[in-house]
Design a protein around this ligand. Structure first.
Ligand code: HEM
Length: 480
């Protein structure tokens, strides 16, 4: 009786699954116009309550632990891929401790080492890739960016030892793990289907590779490489409980997988957007020349701070192409929605879609326009919210056990989420994406094959909002 309005549908169970699945952002927009910011639809037989806008983002993402639960929803997808006893296969308090351990690999000191590693990986990739031979050509961007992402992330986050294995066995194994991350597995995760069998074999094999590496390191008594595996091996849970080897291994998988799709799809969108706006790609090149010198010396972490347009490219691309369009929570106690008569019952799932407010003209003038310069202070396209709500730096901070996190309450722009499940990889992703962009800009000019300013549509059939494929662009080597 006090439930939010139910989206009209013809068939039970199926409900709105198809219209939602084909284009979630359009589904949210259309139903918001009809029903308001808070409404319910049927997703695979489940009553799913969407609450969009900054208030909705806050209601769901900053929900109390007794009210909302993430692991119940995600575990069927993630546990077979990551392995047992980590992330969503353990109580939330344990995840908070694990996020604290993982964050140690993501400090400024670490980033200082990562920038040269990432630059070299990109440079070497561009040199050896058959698709970038000669002076110009046409290339399908997403598969290239997927490879660049895995090589850069694995080398930076997991060390050279593991990175080298990606040229041999690990790439195929991670590909099989990936196949576990498909929406169909929300229903069929348990089924002995070919791709699930390959997923399970890959999980065991990859975990064993990490566990063998851990054992070898212990046997050698190694203390030299203070990389992420070393940190995880030497972390202890509350009460001085060491982290078991299999949990170290499973966190290593989780860390790489968590970022892979998001970063890979974002870097593809960046390249496709640049191909649609060659003028901005030129501006990026000129920004580097001006800030770093015409000889363009090897890139450092400190240099990134001198390249605000590079940072804005990432920010603006995530505004229009946030890889995660739907964030879900199980409802554990009936939840009254403040300021309304609605109460969300425990048989509902809550769905936050921060992408809706990020493309709402109330906050972002000309919301569909990709314009990195809107993030400059005095831009006429600057987000209106900046004028009435504290900037992220001044926002209220909470410690959920893995360091201070901005509440992000009432922000219309939350590509990395908010609250206890907020992303720990934001800074890494920024470093990685800005570095990849900088190196590619040094080497190439891009444009659309037909010279237009069009961008390709989004593929929502996977869990992440990736470009439809093939997504080809024309490249030309920069002279000099
Ligand atoms: C959580 C986005 C890259 C590790 C999240 C969440 C979002 C997100 C929206 C919240 C999910 C939820 O509330 O249910 C992104 C985007 C990325 C990115 C847009 C890149 C452009 C990364 C990277 C890493 C990473 C590179 C690892 C190095 C994590 C982890 C969580 C998380 C561990 C916590 C999950 C939880 O507490 O439930 N990310 N992410 N992410 N992300 Fe990221």
């Amino acid at each position: 009786p006090n439930e939010p309005p139910l989206v009209f549908h013809w068939f039970p169970i199926i409900g709105s699954t198809i219209t939602y699945g084909m284009d979630p952002p359009r589904f949210f927009k259309e139903n918001r116009e009809k029903y308001g910011d808070c409404f319910t639809f049927i997703l695979l037989g489940k009553k799913t309550t969407v609450y969009v806008g900054p208030k909705g983002n806050d209601f769901i993402l900053n929900g109390k632990i007794r009210d909302v639960n993430a692991e119940e929803i995600y575990t069927v997808l993630t546990t077979p891929v990551f392995g047992k006893d980590v992330v969503y296969d353990c109580p939330n308090s344990k995840l908070m401790e694990q996020k604290k351990f993982m964050k140690i690999a993501l400090t400024t000191d670490a980033f200082r080492q990562y920038v040269p590693i990432i630059s070299d990986e990109v440079t070497n990739y561009l040199k050896r890739s058959a698709d970038f031979k000669g002076k110009s050509g046409i290339v399908d961007i997403p598969p290239k960016m997927a490879q660049i992402t895995i090589f850069t992330a694995s080398h930076a986050l997991q060390g050279k030892e593991i990175r080298d294995k990606f040229d041999e066995t690990l790439a195929d194994l991670y590909h099989d793990l990936d196949m576990g991350f498909s929406p169909i597995n929300f229903m069929l995760h348990w089924a002995p289907l070919p791709w699930n069998n390959r997923r399970d074999y890959a999980q065991r094999t990859v975990a064993k590779i990490y566990m063998d590496t851990i054992k070898e390191r212990r046997a050698r008594g190694e203390t030299g490489a203070q990389d992420i595996m070393w940190h995880l091996m030497n972390s202890t849970y509350k009460g001085d409980v060491p982290v078991p080897d299999h949990e170290v291994a499973h966190m290593m998988i989780a860390l790489l997988m968590a970022g892979q799709h998001s970063s890979s799809s974002t870097s593809s969108w960046i390249m496709l957007r640049l191909a649609s706006r060659p003028d901005i790609m030129e501006d990026l090149y000129n920004e580097q020349v001006k800030a770093l010198g015409a000889d363009l010396p090897p890139l450092t972490y400190e240099d990134l701070a001198k390249l605000p347009l590079h940072a804005a490219i990432v920010k603006e691309t995530l505004r229009l192409h946030a890889p995660i369009h739907s964030i879900m929570r199980a409802v554990k106690t009936p939840m009254p929605v403040p300021g309304t008569k609605y109460v969300i019952p425990t048989d509902h799932v809550l769905l936050a879609a921060p992408g809706v407010s990020a493309t709402d003209e109330c906050y972002f003038p000309q919301p569909e326009l990709w314009e990195p310069r809107r993030w400059e202070k005095d831009s006429p396209l600057a987000p209106t919210i900046i004028r009435n709500v504290p900037a992220e730096e001044d926002d209220e901070k909470i410690d959920y056990g893995y360091g201070l996190v901005s509440k992000g309450a009432n922000s219309p722009y939350l590509p990395f989420g908010a609250g206890r499940h907020r992303c720990i990889g934001e800074q890494f992703a920024n470093v990685q994406l800005q570095t990849i962009t900088a190196i590619i800009v040094r080497n190439f000019k891009f444009r659309n094959v037909d010279g237009s300013d069009k961008v390709i549509g989004t593929d929502y059939a996977s869990l992440f909002s990736r470009p439809l494929e093939p997504a080809k662009i024309y490249w030309e080597r920069r002279e000099g």
